[in-house]
Design a binder for this molecule. Structure first.
Ligand SMILES: NCc1ccc(-c2ccccc2)nc1
Length: 239
C-alpha cells in the first residue's frame, strides 16, 4: 500500500516512519510519503489560508494550493481521506475496508478546515471520504491521520507478527476485548480468574466470550444494538 499525507506540519507525522510502521515500511509492506502543502503555494509568503466567505471566526485553507498538491501527489483513483470533526465515523470496519486499497491520500486540514470545493473537485477523480475519529475538535487533522494510518497499516498482511492478535482485537467481532492476565497468578491480593489456569480450553473460551459480552454491555451499550441476535441475547442477560 502507498500512503501519502499532505500537511503544513510534516514534522508532526515523523512517528509514521518509526516503530511498527517503520519496520513495515522497511519490509516493503507499505510506503509512506509526507509532503509539505506549502510546496504548492504560489506567493512569496507561501500563504495557505484566507478569510471565510460569509464572515465568521478563523481562517479557511485555500483551494489553490490543495488543488496543485493533489494533482501532484494523488495517484489516479486513489482514495482521498479528509479528517474532520464533521465527518462520518472512522471505525474498525472502515479501517478494514481501507486496508484493501492500493493507495490512500490523507489531507490534513488546519484552521477552520479546507475550502469545501477541494473535496468536491477531488471527488471527480476518485473516492473522497470526510471522516471523524471522535466527537472532539483538534487543532488540525494530523493527529487523526496518525490514528487512522496506524489502524489501517496494522491490518496489512505481515505487519503485525502474530496474525491472531489482530483477529481477536477489540471491535474485530463487534465486541470489546475482555480482561487479560499474565504471571504471577496472585499479585497484591488479586488473583487471576481460576478458569484461566484450568487448562479447560472450551471453558476458557466460554469465559472469555462472556467477559467480552459483559464488558460490551456495560461500557458500550451503543455497540450491543449492532450485535447478531445470538450475541445480543447473551449480552442482554449480562447487563
Ligand atoms: N474527529 C477528530 C478531528 C479531526 C480533524 C479535526 C480538525 C480540526 C481543525 C481543523 C481541521 C481538522 N478535528 C477533529
Amino acid at each position: 500500500m502507498r500512503i501519502d499525507v499532505l500537511t503544513i506540519f510534516p514534522e508532526y507525522l515523523a512517528p509514521l516512519s518509526q516503530s511498527l510502521l517503520g519496520k513495515a515500511t522497511a519490509r516493503g509492506l507499505v510506503s509512506i510519503g509526507v509532503h509539505d502543502l506549502r510546496q504548492w503555494t504560489d506567493d512569496v509568503h507561501r500563504t495557505v489560508d484566507d478569510s471565510p466567505y460569509g464572515g465568521g471566526p478563523g481562517m479557511v485553507m485555500r483551494a489553490e494550493p490543495w488543488g496543485r498538491a493533489l494533482e501532484s501527489v494523488r495517484l489516479p483513483g486513489a482514495r482521498l481521506v479528509v479528517p474532520t470533526p464533521a465527518g462520518r465515523p472512522f471505525t474498525q470496519q472502515v479501517a478494514a475496508r481501507w486496508a484493501t486499497e492500493p493507495a490512500l491520500v490523507f489531507a490534513c486540514g488546519r484552521y477552520e478546515g479546507i475550502d469545501q470545493r477541494v473535496a468536491d473537485w477531488a471527488a471527480e477523480a476518485g473516492p473522497v471520504e470526510e471522516v471523524s475519529i471522535g466527537d472532539y475538535v483538534l487543532a488540525g487533522g494530523e493527529s487523526a491521520v496518525l490514528v487512522m494510518v496506524e489502524a489501517v497499516t496494522r491490518l496489512l498482511p505481515g505487519v503485525v507478527g502474530n496474525a491472531e492478535s489482530v483477529e481477536f482485537d477489540s471491535h474485530a467481532d463487534g465486541l470489546l476485548e475482555g480482561p487479560s492476565y499474565t504471571r504471577p497468578a496472585s499479585w497484591r491480593g488479586h488473583d487471576v480468574p481460576p478458569v484461566l489456569l484450568s487448562g479447560d480450553h472450551a471453558g476458557i473460551a466460554r469465559w472469555r466470550r462472556e467477559q467480552s459480552l459483559r464488558r460490551t454491555a456495560q461500557r458500550r451499550p451503543d455497540l450491543v444494538a449492532q450485535l447478531d441476535s445470538a450475541s445480543l441475547t447473551a449480552a442482554e442477560q449480562l447487563v
